[in-house]
Write a protein that binds this ligand. Sequence first.
Ligand SMILES: [Zn+2]
Length: 412
Amino acid sequence: MRSQFPHRLYTQRLFCRRCQKVTEHGVFAREMYSTIGGMDPYIPLLCCCDSCGTMFVAFSHEFVFCRHDCVNQDYTKIYGYNRIMAGNWIYFKGTAKPGIVKSFFQGPQKEIVVVNYDGGPDQKFELPKIVVNREDAPGGYRLLPVQSANTLLGDHIYHAIRNKFGTAVGLVNDGEKDKLVVLLEDGMLVFITLPSLAQNLPNEKLCAIVQSKLAQVFPEHYDKISVEAGQGIAYLKGLVRNYSLQLAVEKCVNAIPKVRGCVDFMRVQVSPFITDTHIENAVYALLESLETRMFDNRVHSVNGKVEVETSCYERERPKDLENRIGEIEGVRDLICLVTEVSEPLNVELCQEAEEELSSNVILQDSFIRVSCNEQKFLLEGYVHSTVQKQWAFITLLKKIRTTAIENRLRII
Ligand SMILES: [Zn+2]
């Protein structure tokens, strides 16, 4: 399994079930993702104990470094430990529940906090002034045990019953129940049973649910996909017809309620006769066949991992472009960058040149596009011979009277 996750993204202190303590873990991914600015959800990550090598899978949306808009952001400020602003959730130690700060006023000796609990009448607290200079968790805390189901790995927590701060370090199953593991400030480990709604389904049940969903959504393909389950995670194996289908299966499984995420070990079925050049030509042909005008196209394929850069006019981006490229035989992975050009250059001149080229007898049966980026004019599309390629260049040269032309015509 480790070889499938070659990239170490992050190091985090997590609970190891073999060491029975919190150790440094490498957090590995299959691609070189960055955690800066937040990671997209549903990316499987392999967490590997640096001391003993024991591994488990968790997903990017279960970690504190996930993109903020993808995970629950209900953090509570603890009075006396956080700076407070209107709109924050606030919790006073020893009380029953948190409320929302309606207003906060700090005078020279005392401070006044107006708090609303569950939409009832506002309550005003006059308290002696506390200056919080250093915040361990500026964003606030997960209030435990109530918020155990929302807690992310690495979150700062406050355990209200034990009156202790700490961090969330793991999700484990003790053979009966799924539990959140937290490390308290005094070094004590606490295992909090997750609420019944957050408990993972038994493996066989989860497998059956995923299989029947796949049978329903992908009736022609589901029998080639095998499903295994473990602690709420679906592991998919098998051969799929193309990359788009692979992504669609993954998306479908991730959307099933009670699935924590899926680890996709499926492979795209590729004939050994398909080369990267075949793939590149097929992508170019697709870009040229679209109704939308695509230009400044760059396509690279290395072992079926395809990178496409292309441009179109503003608000004309074809919606299903990635999907259609993913259906091309041989594509195993895809990065597609589309630039929407808001103020295209020399549009009329390019159009005139295109018309001239298309009516040219020598260039019959060819497909030629002319566009202009900041540096030069681009000749794109295909011709059938070197002579035609040169002829197109000369014809354009005469028309636009500049040598700043890049001749990207393909000969097919
Ligand atoms: Zn270990």
